[in-house]
Ligand binder design. Structure first.
Ligand code: HEM
Ligand SMILES: *[C@@H]1O[C@H](CO)[C@@H](O)[C@H](O)[C@H]1NC(C)=O
Ligand SMILES: *[C@@H]1O[C@H](CO)[C@@H](O)[C@H](O)[C@H]1NC(C)=O
Ligand SMILES: *[C@@H]1O[C@H](CO)[C@@H](O)[C@H](O)[C@H]1NC(C)=O
Ligand SMILES: *[C@@H]1O[C@H](CO)[C@@H](O)[C@H](O)[C@H]1NC(C)=O
Length: 636
């Protein structure tokens, strides 16, 4: 008996050792055959066992002499791409390399030419949809599918993304930004010169973005604390600040809880979550249940509306589009493939998710960086003044102002935040599983094996000194200034030779905004070196919507206000009042140093943010002219 068990254990152990070694050998051979530089790891950073247990090993490895692990370890850490920027690529000595481990092999790149080829050749380099499991908890959707199924999802979802709805978004974003300001100033902005210290900017910008997409995307009326709940009882259900009858969470809470616990919810079935003796598990289960129920009822109401033939709905009406594609009489009769109810809910969920976290993070980080960089803030205010003067934002015309706004310091700041803190830090692709694919790389032809994983590392791509104009940093003395937030870099003239091709592979229209974001005089990065929205047929459907929300918010805020770092940690308001200019400058420098350190610690759980770990940068909104630090007195 004992010997049988020993034999079995021995066989399993032997098999594990064998498959480990043969897996490693096979992957090293594959890597070598490509002719690209490669590194070999005893464990692949994307492997499931490592992702689950890295936090045990990392501290142990760090007990060894630093020279052994310092550089090789970078790639094993979560968020290395954002936290260490060029360091790992520099150490490998190549903009593209393959990482081979026993159970996985991945090509990492920060080379714009390769990025462009891979983004544009959709069939040769499809999305690695196996990595999108977290996004399919309700069913398949436009983000999580490929091939013919993706086309169906994309066709149904993309028709709402047009300029008419962008204009509608501009108006709603102005209204929601005003709502946020009212909220910060406790109901009235009149006669108040400053808010209290705001510690919840991440949360509040999320709410801002959710309220906008909720309205323009779905016709919901979501509101700020203190605002009046809408009269329409159907809409009131989603906007309510307390859970409506039958629910245990508000709509916003259920969505927030879902996103916060998304990994748990995905890994553990709800029936188990509900009986686990942990508060977070029950909360996760409740969030999912509440959200699903809201969406089911929403779907039900829409189906009724479509059956009545009622098309009255302003805005994008994403739910209406989805429902009509399946339920409208014409669609119901034809035998083209249709979305199921759960796929409709899944697409609505993904639009809500994709449509708010990303945009919120950009607004959040832009506000912080403008507080860190008062001179850039003053330049932004000058541009807003020149465009709008004192006019009431509700009179601002979208068509007239959109291009000037994009060409102003507002556009430059948005671009610079997306360069430094791209919400989507890794764009995963895969070499078509059905055949090897040739690419041109640095003038050579390279053949990549079918099925190879690809990881395009956005933060590294965006700070690659070979492709971005740069100069030695004035602030840190480093050889480049690409790790600093400097919106003014976007005013540079564009270098003549950019080597990317400009045409999509098949010239087909996949929906979404096609136009240019620019005025010709501004900097245009080499194609493939700036990909916050990815590129090609699978690029972001909501790019225009996102940018329109952001320009509206920055315009409204900075027309009347400045944003300053709060300094409560070091000095009371009374103490600040009594300070000399010199003392204030030193104090602000301290706050700024801490702010920069905090921003540097952001991490990517779905999108790049301060991961709910209690990290925040405290700020205040101050009426222009009443600044304590960043005003015209050129203190900082
Ligand atoms: C600053 C804000 C945003 C950023 C940085 C961003 C970034 C991205 C990126 C990088 C992708 C490609 C993802 C991949 O390849 O895995 C993507 C896809 C997508 N985004 Fe966005 N996004 C933003 C805002 C939005 C908004 C506001 C919406 C909707 C209202 C939206 C809807 C989508 C959709 C539907 C896709 C999938 C497209 C497809 O695969 O066909 N995004 N986004
Ligand atoms: C603001 O100040 C003006 C003039 O001092 C006054 O007439 C007005 O009532 C004040 N508004 C509020 C809301 O306090
Ligand atoms: C933002 O980036 C785009 C390139 O993607 C560029 O065309 C545009 O000019 C930039 N905006 C500004 C204000 O520089
Ligand atoms: C563009 O490609 C040519 C050759 O194909 C090369 O000589 C040149 O250096 C490239 N330009 C840049 C900016 O790298
Ligand atoms: C969030 O970030 C903080 C600071 O970098 C880190 O200590 C913490 O482990 C992170 N939390 C998660 C869940 O990743």
């Amino acid at each position: 008996m004992v010997s049988t068990i020993l034999l079995a254990v021995g066989l399993v152990a032997g098999w594990m050792v064998y498959s480990y070694i043969s897996g490693l050998r096979r992957n090293v051979q594959i890597a070598r055959k490509t002719g690209l530089p490669y590194v070999v790891y005893a464990v692949h950073p994307h492997s499931f066992p490592w992702q689950l247990t890295f936090w045990i090993w990392l501290p142990l490895i760090k007990l060894l002499p630093k020279a052994w692990w310092e550089k090789p370890m970078i790639v094993l850490q979560p968020d290395w791409a954002y936290n260490t920027n060029q360091e790992y690529f520099d150490w490998v000595g190549s903009e593209t390399f393959i990482l081979a481990g026993p159970d996985d092999i991945t090509l990492f790149t920060e080379n714009p030419d390769l990025v462009t080829q891979m983004c544009l050749r959709r069939e040769a380099f499809p999305k690695d949809i196996a990595r999108y499991g977290v996004l399919t908890m309700f069913g398949q959707n436009v983000v999580s599918t490929e091939g013919a199924i993706w086309r169906m999802h994309r066709k149904v979802t993309s028709s709402s993304f047009n300029e008419k709805n962008a204009a509608h978004t501009f108006v709603e974003a102005i209204g929601q930004t005003k709502g946020m300001l009212q909220y910060y100033f406790n109901g009235t902005t009149e006669n108040k010169t400053s808010t209290k210290t705001i510690k919840s900017l991440e949360h509040d910008t999320m709410m801002w973005a959710l309220n906008i997409i909720g309205h323009v995307g779905f016709g919901l009326r979501l509101i700020w604390p203190g605002q009046k709940v809408p009269d329409d009882p159907k809409l009131a259900k989603y906007g309510a600040l307390d859970p409506p009858p039958g629910y245990t969470m508000t709509f916003a809470e259920s969505l927030g809880g879902l996103l916060h616990r998304i990994i748990t919810i995905l890994l553990v079935p709800n029936v188990i979550l509900k009986i686990l003796p942990f508060h977070f598990a029950r909360e996760a289960a409740a969030a999912k249940e509440n959200y699903y129920r809201y969406m089911k009822e929403f779907l039900h109401d829409k189906v009724e509306q479509v059956r009545r033939g009622d098309r009255e709905q302003e805005g994008m009406d994403i739910m209406g589009q989805l429902v009509r594609s399946t339920y409208e009489e014409k669609a119901a009769k034809s035998n083209t493939p249709k979305l199921t109810d759960d796929e409709i809910i899944s697409n609505a969920f993904i639009m809500t998710l994709a449509g708010h976290e990303t945009t919120a993070n950009i607004l959040h980080f832009t506000l912080i960086e403008l507080a860190n960089n008062p001179a850039s803030q003053r330049r932004l205010q000058k541009d807003v003044d020149a465009l709008f003067g004192d006019s009431d934002p509700s009179t601002w015309d979208y068509e007239k102002n959109v291009n000037p706004l994009l060409a102003s310091q507002i556009g430059a700041c948005i671009n610079e935040t997306m360069r430094m803190m791209p919400p989507v830090t890794a764009i995963p692709k895969i070499v078509s599983p059905t055949s090897d694919q040739a690419i041109t790389y640095e003038g050579r032809r390279i053949v990549l094996p079918a099925g190879l994983s690809i990881n395009m590392v956005a933060p590294a791509i965006h700070r690659n000194p070979r492709w971005w104009p740069t100069k030695p940093s004035e602030r840190t003395g480093r050889p480049t200034d690409l790790d600093e937030w400097i919106p003014e870099r976007w005013y540079r003239a564009t270098a003549k030779s950019s080597n990317g091709s400009d045409a999509a592979e098949d010239g087909e229209d996949y929906g979404g905004f096609q136009g240019s974001d620019t005025s010709a005089s501004l900097y245009r990065p080499v194609r493939g070196s700036f990909v916050p929205f990815s590129d090609g047929p699978r690029s972001c459907l909501g790019r225009r919507i996102a940018v329109v929300e952001l320009i509206a918010a920055l315009g409204v805020i900075f027309q009347k206000y400045s944003v300053e770092l709060a300094v409560d940690e070091w000095a009371t308001d009374e103490e600040v009042k009594g300070m000399s200019a010199e003392e204030r400058r030193a104090l602000y420098a301290k706050a700024r140093e801490k702010s920069r350190a905090t921003v540097g610690k952001a991490s990517a759980i779905i999108t790049l943010k301060f991961n709910g770990s209690g990290q925040y940068v405290p700020v205040r909104l101050v009426k222009r002219g009443s600044e304590r630090f960043v005003g015209d007195q050129e203190l900082v």
